[in-house]
Design a protein around this ligand. Sequence first.
Ligand SMILES: *Cc1c(COP(=O)(O)O)cnc(C)c1O
Length: 230
Amino acid sequence: MTEVTDRLQAVEESISTAAAKAGRPRDEITLVAVSKTHPAEIVREVFDSGHRVFGENRVQELLAKAPLLPEAIRWHLIGHLQKNKIRKALPHCELIHGVDSSELAEDIDRIAGELGLYPRVLLEVNVSGEESKFGFTPETLRSQFENLLQLSRVQVEGFMTIAPYSTDPEHSRPHFEALRKFRDEMAQFAGVPLPGLSMGMSGDFQIAIEEGSTLVRVGTAIFGERPQRT
Ligand SMILES: *Cc1c(COP(=O)(O)O)cnc(C)c1O
């Protein structure tokens, strides 16, 4: 075992512990190993240990890495998707976590039609009300949700949020709880199941699992510190 696969195993164990503590089945939770900034060789080590779901936040980087790695990798796009990258990104992504406006969803829908795809997406919600964030406000999403569900190609499977940075994971809990409650409200209102809740990162994924997360996006705790991006 390598350092990285050791850390992967430790994260897996923490996920199982948090699931058990919350009385949830482990298989309700998908670990998205966030490989951004890390080279394909390291991703392959993690792949070779049996892991399959990886997350990137930049389309350019995903497109550079994917051809160097096995096709069995299931790539998730976790960051903000720029409109001019949709066409290239769609064929590679199992799930797009960060759809943050109706315009973007409509563009994805149109391009998916041209490509013959049915992309699965999560809508990013800014439940914390932080100014600088991407994401729908809950009010905007309430008013646009029915239209989003009408899109013929895009499959809305749930929501995603990023908690404000804090060194205390307990500070993330109210944001995760708010997203879960928002999901319950929208599922009831629209009469559709919205099983996907993407919340929790290296610092707070255990809390997120206690609050109902089904997709944890974990980078640093598996791959180590990232070099600073310029
Ligand atoms: C980088 C990133 C993560 C992973 O963050 P870590 O703290 O390294 O686990 C999760 N979600 C998004 C959207 C990211 O950009």
